[in-house]
Ligand binder design. Sequence first.
Ligand code: UGY
Ligand code: MN
Length: 246
Amino acid sequence: MRRQFGETRSVVGRRHALISADSHEVTPMPGWPGARIVVVISPHMGARFVQFFAGMPEGAAAQAPGEGVERFVFVLEGAVTLTLGGEAHRLEAEDYALVPAGTAHEIEAVSAARLMVLEKMFVPLEGAAHPDLVIGSVGKQPSRPMSEDGLLSVRKLIPVDERFDCEINVMEFQPGGSLAYVETHFVEHGLVMLDGGGVYRLDDDWFPVAAGDVIWMGPYCPQWFGALGATPARYLIYKNWNRDPL
Ligand code: UGY
Ligand code: MN
């Protein structure tokens, strides 16, 4: 839609940001030749990680990120192969991979593909083993109830153990479902709405959100979500996890 008077739903605050597709900016990205990259979350807004959409034409290939960086890839549309250690894994919509820091790999689009990519400096934990490659599919992870009214459930995409310095989940809200309380915590989040919509409280404002929107919640940003509409709302959400805040 043409925005005649410069309107957008995007908002960038000190401790939170909502980035809607109407304000996407395509930029080049080293290691991603031929891809349409839209960086939606970055340290430039205060986050300690990077999150970007990658639109890859068929045949485009991407290389591993810099030293010490772990990478999470989630396929939104199309199909890619993730090749590492001489083995190729095919990833289609709703499939994902967490590639540990220091792992040479290539991501090649088998067909035109759209990915959500999240990268962060890996934080090792003394005494814990280096994480292994994680490959999975959202639908294959168990759905765990998160509320007594049965309207909220979560699928955890990363093994729950201290080798991993983050947690990445898919949360599903039936219409009318909501977070039970306004969360206020030291961890930060990167979120992409996958389906449906609702109202997101961030700090002292309430925003309408819909599929395709991205939200950054910085440390201590008060947050709450309530799903609206006739169909379930789902979002993919990252948080730094399993590490001492010091
Ligand atoms: O895991 C979380 O902190 C999650 N419940 N936060 C959120 O959905 N905003
Ligand atoms: Mn939270």
